[in-house]
Design a protein around this ligand. Sequence first.
Ligand code: HEM
Length: 407
Amino acid sequence: MEPVSRRKMLKAGGALGALGALSVAAPAQARSAWTWSPQGSVAGAGAGVDPRWVWDEEADPLVASLLDRGDAPLVNQLLRTWTKNGQPLPAGLPADVRQFIERARVLPSWVDQGKLATAVRFNEKRGLYLGVLYGLASGMMSTVIPKEARAVYYSKGGADMKDRISKTAKLGYDIGTANAYQPDGSMIVTAVKTRLAHAGVRHLLPQSPDWAEVAPEDIPISQRDLMVTWHSLPTTVMRKLTDWRVPIPAAESAAFLHLWQVAAHMLGIKDEYIPASWSEANAQAAEVLDPVLAPTREGNALADILLGLGKEIDAGLLSKPILGSFTRFMLGNQIANWLQIPRDLLWDTLLRTSWGPFIAVREALLPFPLAPECYWLFDEFLRKLALLFLSEGQSINIEIPLGNREF
Ligand code: HEM
């Protein structure tokens, strides 16, 4: 008898229907336990199903149908004019798309406007650090998250990393604006469009022979993968800010978490997987993010492109060796070595010895006149990098991909 193929079962039963089949047939190395309890989530309860076998039951069939019936280009074109959260949807959208977006654009019942207002203050105060951390800590970390690196590399967007960075930076930009989730803001639109883009990737990537050859999973971007990437963003940023001893009042720290909890919900992540507190987030990250980090050929290729992008924009200050040194400093030697980032004697030493005091000076924890020359260089670097990663995001449009990368 022919052995049971996970791919065949998925085709026959649909993603969720194959849940049982997958847990039987999944290779052992892909099955680290899911022990994180839904009691620690914003929902406070849930079935506790391993999110590795949960995707997006609403968006996935819709976008698969749009791609199959040839409506995706029209939907992309029409949605280009939908840019503000409170804006009515454009006329002419297929009824199923309209119904989906009208549901998907509604904020969760647990949204706390007070916390969102506090988050604005946090983003204003910490915008420079956030730009650098989203760009270098989260962005470079994504290249050592194997499933994400491979999904990006083999998807259409992997062929033009500059464009992809701008699109991803849009989310970082929108979430940091004062009106992110208000009717005149754009974060709801960006999150819903990203949800549609991810659904497109779930339909398209399994058709890529290049991806299928290297990927351990049958369908990319599970809810577990989404949470892994989520932790590479706010959880990693908060870990770094804490390491750097940047003083953050408890209310601002909780508000920053809330901003990203709402983002997770709007990206289609189920409430039972969204951590309710930083301690729950850290516990979940220790289970799903830290153990999966590893080098891949695809991730290294992406990292190389990312590190080269700075010099296109600023030939001096954002050169590849300097960005490499920052990556080593932020993500540590192991990840830098995986990414084959060469050591840079000057910048590695400068960062190791001066970054801590630099932050202390910036935060007025040390007397200002002691600041040596290199602190101004760091400050200028922060500004340039924040600009590079965050300012590009303003006029960019996120769309449903129409195909995979061709080699
Ligand atoms: C697309 C954000 C998780 C793979 C996008 C886009 C954004 C985004 C803003 C649109 C930009 C573009 O089209 O290039 C996020 C966020 C995540 C997340 C905030 C988690 C909180 C993931 C995960 C994977 C993934 C877990 C893979 C395992 C992709 C791919 C694309 C994409 C392949 C499409 C690239 C293309 O245009 O072909 N994501 N993402 N994402 N994302 Fe994600």
